[in-house]
Design a protein around this ligand. Structure first.
Ligand code: 13P
Length: 254
């Protein structure tokens, strides 16, 4: 499986000129690395224009969110087929920052199903807000998040899914505060087990499991190898071309 590196720009940068500069910086490096699939998730408003700047196959695009209906009277929303029709192949669903604004497990599930139906790959975000090391409650919570996000999704659609584990307590900090690789490994096993219970082991092993939360150049290698993830969802470090490119290079050579 190729490593999957997703740049979640969140609500940045402020102008299309800056967005283009950042994209061109990343494109230069990403388009040369055959061991990683690089995915850029800019704000909607920059998506189509950046998409037009690239004709190759190694850099893909993602929406940061999506609505679950195809079209109609839903002011302010963007549908999965709109994303698909401008050449977007991924969509982030259920990011903790959207859940904090009121997105429920049921809404996340509808968005996942609609995205998969439209032929997008949904990057389903899960993550606990705190972690008590003694009772393992976070593991039950995470398994529940996976199950509810994928409710009603048939095995044939599983290739349209990636799971991004983003512990909320580790987001927006630095490599020193990020999750430790051995703890990540435990969570990755839990996610795979949860998938295997529903879809069988062989299918479960093909779903990319990503980590997000203060990924920087310094912790890329250890999280990838000891954490046993297939890639990353990168926030703040993806807003600097040189910093994100360093992460791409480390992941490529891992
Ligand atoms: P940071 O890399 O800034 O911690 O953000 C992680 C994230 O939320 C990516 O979706």
């Amino acid at each position: 499986m190729k490593k999957l590196l997703i740049a979640n720009w969140k609500m940045n940068p402020e102008s299309i000129a800056e967005a283009k500069n950042l994209f061109m910086d990343v494109k230069k490096v990403a388009s040369r690395l055959n061991g990683v699939e690089t995915v850029i998730a800019p704000p909607y408003i920059f998506l189509a224009e950046l998409r037009r700047l690239y004709t190759g196959k190694r850099v893909m695009f993602a929406g940061q969110d999506v609505f679950w209906e195809e079209k109609g009277a839903f002011t302010g929303e963007i549908s999965p087929s709109m994303l698909k029709n401008i050449g977007v192949s991924y969509v982030i669903v259920g990011h903790s920052e959207r859940r904090a604004l009121g997105e429920s497990d049921e809404i996340v599930n509808q968005k996942v199903l609609a995205s998969a139906r439209a032929g997008l790959r949904a990057v389903v975000c899960i993550g606990e807000s705190t972690r008590d090391h003694t009772d393992g409650a976070h593991l039950i919570f995470l398994a529940g998040q996976v199950e509810s996000a994928l409710a009603g999704l048939g095995g044939k659609m599983l290739s349209r899914i990636a799971i991004a584990y983003e512990p909320i307590w580790a987001i927006g900090k630095s490599a020193e505060d990020a999750m430790r690789p051995f703890e990540l490994h435990e969570t990755v096993l839990l996610i795979r087990k949860t998938l295997a219970r529903k879809y069988g082991k062989a299918h479960a092993m093909r779903v990319p499991v990503l980590y997000g939360g203060s990924v920087e150049k310094e912790n890329t290698l250890s999280l990838l190898t000891d954490g046993a993830v297939n890639g990353f969802l990168v926030g703040h470090a993806s807003l600097s071309g040189p910093k994100f490119n360093d992460i791409l290079r480390v992941a490529h050579s891992a």
